[in-house]
Write a protein that binds this ligand. Structure first.
Ligand code: ATR
Length: 280
């Protein structure tokens, strides 16, 4: 039986068991005083479209989040894209506008900028190394580039870094780096936008690019007070400024919540509550 006041939201991805989004949205639901339930759906390869169609057929299934590895692949199944989703070619939030009409948005970019500002990690005219060229990287590049920074893309699979930087180079200073040249650069901010942490791995980057003044940010995070493999590596090689993606998780989720319910939750309070809940 569906309670008529309840809404249902799902997160589609693979893997999803590590996700803290259900905890974040439970906090939001209380804060904004709207009853909605958020669950994760482990989505096997080639099942995304079928799962989405089935989910959105139900009347009270209002919205969804999309996570790795589907943020780019999802685009073909969406009817209307917001401008920011169009620009980055990547979607993390869906809303059912009417029956059979899905709106796709991307709140990752606005989420990371809000969090980097909150942490005072984002300055003007900085050299930023962005590691990764998947859906998460596409989501955040347009927002990073608009801050007058130099963005350097580095990815395990080199040609994807090239494609990403060429897609956005009309918007600002964005370059791609090869394995051999990355060691010649210094960076003010290093962002890990790969999914390596999910698999307990660290991207293959030279330790010489880290100094005690490097700000290191990992989109990934670990529960129970554990540090991510990437941040552990950065700490080992001298960085004093380390932050994981908990804040970004909350910021992007708040913008998704706003898209679904037109109410904006309190970011600071949610981060504190979330950290207490998962004992970070
Ligand atoms: P997401 O939506 O999280 O970006 P994705 O689109 O599947 O997920 O992209 C994953 C990114 O993490 C890619 O840049 C991937 O590199 P490849 O293009 O070479 O596949 C990167 N990645 C995943 N595991 C990695 C690892 N162990 N080391 C370095 N990069 C890794």
């Amino acid at each position: 039986m569906v309670d008529l006041d309840n809404f249902y939201i799902s997160l589609f991805g693979n893997p999803v068991s590590h996700s803290l989004s259900p905890v974040v949205h439970k906090i939001f639901s209380k804060q904004i005083n709207i009853k909605y339930f958020y669950k994760t759906v482990l989505t096997p390869k080639n099942c995304l479209n079928i799962f989405l169609k089935k989910f959105f057929k139900e009347k009270y299934n209002l919205g969804a989040n999309i996570t790795l590895p589907y943020k780019k692949k999802i685009i073909q199944h969406i009817d209307i894209l917001t401008n920011r989703a169009k620009i980055c070619g990547s979607v993390n939030t869906l809303k059912k506008i009417e029956d059979n009409v899905l709106l796709g948005d991307n709140t990752d970019g606005i989420g990371i900028i809000a969090d980097l500002k909150r942490l005072n990690f984002l300055k003007e005219k900085n050299n930023i190394l962005l590691i990764g060229a998947g859906g998460a990287a596409y989501g955040i590049v347009p927002n990073l580039i608009s801050k007058n920074n130099n963005i350097y893309i580095y990815n395990r699979t080199f040609y994807k870094a090239k494609i990403l930087s060429e897609k956005f180079n009309k918007f600002g200073n964005i370059f791609y780096l090869k394995n051999k040249t990355i060691k010649n650069y210094n960076f003010d901010l290093i962002i890990n936008a790969t999914s390596s942490g999910v698999f307990n791995q660290v991207p293959d980057i030279p330790k010489s690019i880290i100094s005690e003044n490097s700000y290191c940010y990992d989109l990934c995070f670990k529960k129970n007070g554990r540090i991510t493999p990437f941040l552990k590596w950065c700490k080992k090689h001298g960085s004093n400024y380390l932050q994981d993606g908990i804040g970004m998780l909350v910021c992007q989720a708040a913008h998704s919540c706003f898209l679904w319910f037109k109410k904006f939750p309190n970011i600071k309070k949610t981060i504190i509550k979330l950290k207490n809940k998962i004992k970070i």
